[in-house]
Design a protein around this ligand. Sequence first.
Ligand code: GRF
Length: 200
Amino acid sequence: MSDEVRVPTAILISGRGSNMAALLAAAQDPGYPARIVLVLSNRPGAAGLARARETGIPTAVVDHAAHPDRESFDAALDARLRAAGVELVALAGFMRILTEGFVRAWEGRMINIHPSLLPAFRGTRTHERALAAGVAEHGCTVHHVVPELDAGPTIAQARVPVLQGDTPEILAERVLAQEHALYPRALADVARTLRDATRH
Ligand code: GRF
């Protein structure tokens, strides 16, 4: 597939970047419909940045601590993405709440992976809360980002059983293995849809 038909995509991270690594690996296939043009972190020390640099992908830091408010941080983020020619954004463990203006500007072109079967367990500590609720099944969701946190339309989900003796850590690991398979598939679906919509 030539580069013109691979949607230029940024991955936004704040931490270790294991989902980012899964997306980068998938996008190494020249037939993958998204081309990762930038990995961006709001935290200069994010471990995922070093991982991205090792693979030769351009990286950037927009440090939230260097901006006085959410609006100025989001404006800097938006400028950096546009300067890199980004058309699609994949949040992968990006731990910042985005302003409504930023989200509206990227709506339909920004997706996120969340470690629960949404609409169950929006927000943080999802594995701990799933265990406390006694659910038999848990999992992960890739969804479009809308201004309300973890409330956007679902793109894809993967399920895992909750087993006797699970701790939040054990359950998180089982879910994470599914995240790494699910996110590359979901990003490919969204990129294909965007590409087909802009072709005509
Ligand atoms: C993942 O569990 C993801 O679902 C959540 O944050 C975690 C990020 O992990 N949004 P990693 O940085 O991709 O390893």
